[in-house]
Design a protein around this ligand. Sequence first.
Ligand SMILES: NC(=O)C1=CN([C@@H]2O[C@H](COP(=O)(O)OP(=O)(O)OC[C@H]3O[C@@H](n4cnc5c(N)ncnc54)[C@H](OP(=O)(O)O)[C@@H]3O)[C@@H](O)[C@H]2O)C=CC1
Ligand SMILES: O=C(O)CCC(=O)C(=O)O
Ligand SMILES: [Mg+2]
Length: 741
Amino acid sequence: MSTKAKIVYTKTDEAPALATYSFLPIVEAFTKASGIEIISKDISLAARILANLSEYLPSEMQVPDALAELGILATKPEANIIKLPNISASVPQLKAAIKELQDLGYPIPDYPEEANTTEDQKVLACYNKVKGSAVNPVLREGNSDRRAPKAVKNYARKNPHSMGAWSSDSKTHVATMSSGDFYSNEKSLTLDTADTVSIQFIGENNNSQVLKRELPLLAGEIIDATVMSKKALLAFLETEIADAKSKGVLFSLHMKATMMKVSDPIIFGHAVRVFFKDLFNKHGETFKELGVDVNNGFGNLLSKLAELPTAKQKEIETDIASAFDNRPAIAMVDSDKGITNLHVPSDVIIDASMPAMIRTSGQMWNKEGKPQDTKAVIPDSSYAGIYEATIEFCKENGAFDPTTMGTVPNVGLMAQKAEEYGSHDKTFEIKAAGVVRVINSKGVTLLEHKVEAGDIWRMCQAKDAPIQDWIKLAVNRAKATQSPTVFWLDKNRAHDAEIIKKVEKYLPNYDTTGLDIQILAPKEATLYTLQRVKDGKETISVSGNVLRDYLTDLFPILELGTSAKMLSIVPLMNGGGLFETGAGGSAPKHVQQFLEENHLRWDSLGEFLALTVSLEHLGENNNNEEALVLAETLDDATDKFLDNKKSPSRKVGELDNRGSHYYLALYWAEALASQTKNAALQNRFAKLATALRENEATIVKELNEVQGSPVNIGGYYKSDTLLTTNAMRPSKTLNSLLEVL
Ligand SMILES: NC(=O)C1=CN([C@@H]2O[C@H](COP(=O)(O)OP(=O)(O)OC[C@H]3O[C@@H](n4cnc5c(N)ncnc54)[C@H](OP(=O)(O)O)[C@@H]3O)[C@@H](O)[C@H]2O)C=CC1
Ligand SMILES: O=C(O)CCC(=O)C(=O)O
Ligand SMILES: [Mg+2]
């Protein structure tokens, strides 16, 4: 046989990584005789740290830079990558992972609190490559196509998840800025020809500083720049904190500190300082001496208090307690442990946190662990309107009904680090009053803002080729579904106005006869879509990168209870395929439960869907008939899996992730054994299908009886391979059946 076609299956973090220990051996067993090679690539946070700090490690401890390899692969036609969700690390998570690796004996340096020396700057630069959303932007060399497959949608309609009722007198609302924010200050233009620009700051006393040198731009590229005024932000936060107190609602802040890893931690830090302003007024000096940095959350302050003499510690603790009394009640992440919304910037991430709140009657948890109406603070107003509109809609119409509601697939512009999510290397906290200019190679100023000390200035890019590809993808989906297709673009926003020009330029390249394609600003698009959702209809959202992220959690969480059940395809621009699993994250809560009671409630449906399309892609691209049959039968097996309700339960002692994998394997083997397209596959799987069926009771018993007590896998970020394998593959019967295949 010619060289085998390859599928890369990523090893990531937390719950999806645990699930991989159980699921990957099944995938390998099922595909190995069909000319398919499954390659596992470790892009976990721990592996990325080790790869980036190689020079500090002895050779036997060094690991390859798997992410860099995959980044290159993603630009090649042969790419076929299954990408599971991974940790996008905030600084507290990064430090915890570094500590774990050091304890395991890896001699890597600490995360530098302050980078004053050249050495510290070098280390910090290495860690910055690992920080925040450092994986997805590298692999996403294509735009995104996320939707709920029919079978999944039908399943949700027949088996609705719980949905909190909405009352018209709910006090829950969104608070967002009306001036001085990124939305209000945005300027944008499209380049006619390729150029190289630089970003410069010119102070009021005429001292100037180059913020970024030699930024190459392509012809047709859209750039935009904007600024968040610190003064306006602080005033806004102060007003909203007071308003939350007077209205008796919880204060909660919703940011994306992981993807917006430069701007959003700064905004997060301001929120912590304004919320605890008396504390900072009184103890600011002490905090400075301790090196407190609340851009990493209020938890950073708490962790430093132990360094103080006991008396001082007590005094500050008393002042913290009175701050909590004097300020509004704050939304909790974990009320049992006293962890608030302001503790860690990666605990509350807007794409998942806002829909979760909307699903629970617009309420979040207070410190007594009871649900309460909430003020959701989303400082920048660019996209806050979509949540505002959804909340208003629920107040007026009540909660959505998963048994009847329609569906909202998304086509998202994200290739080549498009828009805000690619802006962190062009985002700056401004040191003094002056202007920031984007200047072209001839010295002409393209964009300019007046700034003050503490303002956050940023520039974003969107290249022409990805935009064209995105428009093509939108037209394809519109044709395939015949559903109304809405570009969520605001003509009054500078950047969107440039994108609209491109949509108007490129749409006529396609035959759109009979298609309903519209352009609506995000708030109007939300209202239009929600009404159709309520009426049970499908509406395709076509959006930029941030809305892609927000909408592909918002609608799935309302429709399906979780975005883990989404089909999430990234047709790579050079012909390969990146198949993401679900649209959500790495579910740290699930790991906590697993470690405490050896029950993993992670639902791998997203992995099943991704594997199906990956096999299909491989079959078509390599003329591999067996891969196509494997894909078709896996699709049937997934339908049966849903029909027979074999998804993991949330409760210990019941079927969990491991048991759900067994059933998928059983149904897949049965589908392969009963199909008649390919006799070789039919023969190969006949015995296994019978054996898996005959041993059902034994296997399920072996998988379920291990549950109920804590499990040790030897690490959180870098668990022990053998311990984790044993924990995730406890059925000897299942293991030996897979081995003989
Ligand atoms: N593509 C990627 O790589 C992404 C990575 N992330 C990263 O993931 C981490 C956690 O993010 P967070 O915002 O908490 O979002 P998560 O999606 O991890 O968690 C939110 C909740 O969604 C539910 N959920 C998510 N996936 C599944 C699944 N497969 N099966 C069942 N339930 C599921 C769970 O709710 P419940 O337990 O209540 O059922 C879970 O607690 C962060 O580090 C973040 O940066 C986030 C988004 C995407
Ligand atoms: O990369 C990340 O940090 C999160 C990605 C995400 O939330 C998404 O793609 O929906
Ligand atoms: Mg998301």
